[in-house]
Design a protein around this ligand. Structure first.
Ligand code: HEM
Ligand code: HEM
Length: 244
C-alpha cells in the first residue's frame, strides 16, 4: 500500500515537472485598467438607453443620459493621455505606415495578435468617439419644435438648429447604429472565426501571453486618480450645459 502511495507521489511530481515549463511561460497581464472597462460598460449602456429614449420620446432621461455620455467621452479623451499604458492613444493609434502594414498583413492572413487595440480597431475607437461627440453636440442645438430643445439651441442661428436637428435625428443616429453593429459584429467575428476572444479581457482586464509584455497600471491610486478626472469632467459638462 505504502509503495503504491510512493509511486503515485513520484508520478504526480514527474507530471508536475513536465508541466512546469508550460505553466511558467504563460503570463497574465493587465491590459485594460478598471477605469477603461468601467467607461466601456457605462458607455454601451448609456448609448443603448439614448437610442431607446430618443425613439420613445422619454426626453428628460434622454438629456441626462446625453450629458452622461459627454462626461464619459471627455473622460476617455483625458484617460487617453494619462491612463494605463494600453489605454493611451500613443500606444494604440497607428501611423499611416503601420496601418498600411497591418491591412497588408490582414490581406495575406498573417496579421499578428495585437496586445491592446489592433490598428483597425483603433480607428473604430476614434470613429466611435468622434461620432458620439457629434451626436451629443448636435443634440445640444436640436429642437423638436414641440417641447424639447437642447441647451444651446437659443444661442445659435435658426438654420444651425435646423441642420443639427436633421443630423441628430436622421443621419448621426443611423451612422452610430451602423458603427455599433459593425463593432459588435467584428468582436464576435474575432471570437467565433479567428478564435481570438477580445470580450473576456474587456471584462476582466487581463490577457494571457507567452512572453512578458508591458502591463497597464491599475492600482488603487490610479483608480482614485481616475475618479478625480471623472469629477473634473462632470464639472466641465455642468458648466457647458449651463452656458445659456
Ligand atoms: C452601444 C454599444 C457599444 C459602444 C458604444 C461601444 C464602444 C466601444 C469603445 C469606445 C471601445 C474602445 C474602448 C477604449 O479603448 O476605451 C470599445 C471596445 C471594445 N468593445 Fe465595445 N461598445 C459597445 C458595445 C459592445 C458590446 C455589446 C461588446 C461585446 C460583445 C463590446 C465589446 C468590446 C470589446 C471586446 C472591445 C475591445 C476591442 C479590442 O480589444 O480592440 N462592445 N467599445
Ligand atoms: C450619444 C448621444 C445621443 C444619442 C445616441 C441620441 C439619439 C437620439 C435619437 C435616436 C433621437 C430620436 C430621433 C428620431 O426622432 O428619430 C433623438 C432625438 C433627440 N435628441 Fe438625442 N441623442 C443623443 C444625445 C442628445 C443630447 C446630449 C441632447 C441634448 C442635450 C439630445 C437632444 C435630442 C432632441 C432635442 C431630440 C428630438 C429631435 C427631434 O425629434 O426632432 N440628444 N436623439
Amino acid at each position: 500500500m505504502c509503495r503504491v502511495y510512493e509511486l503515485c507521489r513520484t508520478l504526480s511530481f514527474l507530471l508536475l515537472l513536465y508541466r512546469m515549463p508550460h505553466t511558467h511561460s504563460l503570463h497574465r497581464i493587465r491590459i485594460w485598467d478598471l477605469p477603461t472597462r468601467g467607461f466601456h460598460v457605462l458607455l454601451a449602456l448609456s448609448v443603448v438607453g439614448l437610442i431607446a429614449t430618443g425613439e420613445t420620446g422619454a426626453m428628460q432621461l434622454h438629456f441626462w443620459l446625453g450629458y452622461g455620455v459627454l462626461t464619459l467621452v471627455l473622460f476617455r479623451l483625458v484617460w487617453g493621455f494619462v491612463g494605463g499604458h494600453w489605454s493611451r492613444f500613443i500606444n494604440f493609434v497607428p501611423t499611416p505606415a503601420q496601418l498600411r502594414a497591418y491591412v497588408q498583413a490582414v490581406r495575406s492572413e498573417q496579421a499578428p495578435h495585437s496586445i491592446g487595440h489592433n490598428p483597425l480597431g483603433a480607428l473604430s475607437v476614434l470613429g466611435m468617439l468622434s461620432l458620439l461627440l457629434l451626436q451629443v453636440f448636435s443634440g445640444f442645438i436640436s429642437d423638436d419644435e414641440i417641447a424639447n430643445t437642447g441647451p444651446w439651441a437659443a444661442l445659435v442661428p435658426a438654420n444651425w438648429v435646423e441642420i443639427a436637428t436633421e443630423y441628430h435625428s436622421d443621419i448621426g443616429k443611423v451612422l452610430l447604429i451602423l458603427l455599433i453593429i459593425l463593432h459588435v459584429g467584428t468582436v464576435l467575428y474575432y471570437k467565433r472565426i479567428k478564435h481570438d476572444d477580445l470580450i473576456t479581457p474587456m471584462v476582466t482586464g487581463d490577457k494571457v501571453f507567452t512572453t512578458e509584455v508591458h502591463a497597464s497600471r491599475d492600482t488603487r491610486t490610479s483608480r482614485l486618480f481616475a475618479l478625480g478626472v471623472l469629477a473634473g469632467c462632470v464639472y466641465v459638462v455642468y458648466r457647458l450645459v449651463s452656458i445659456n
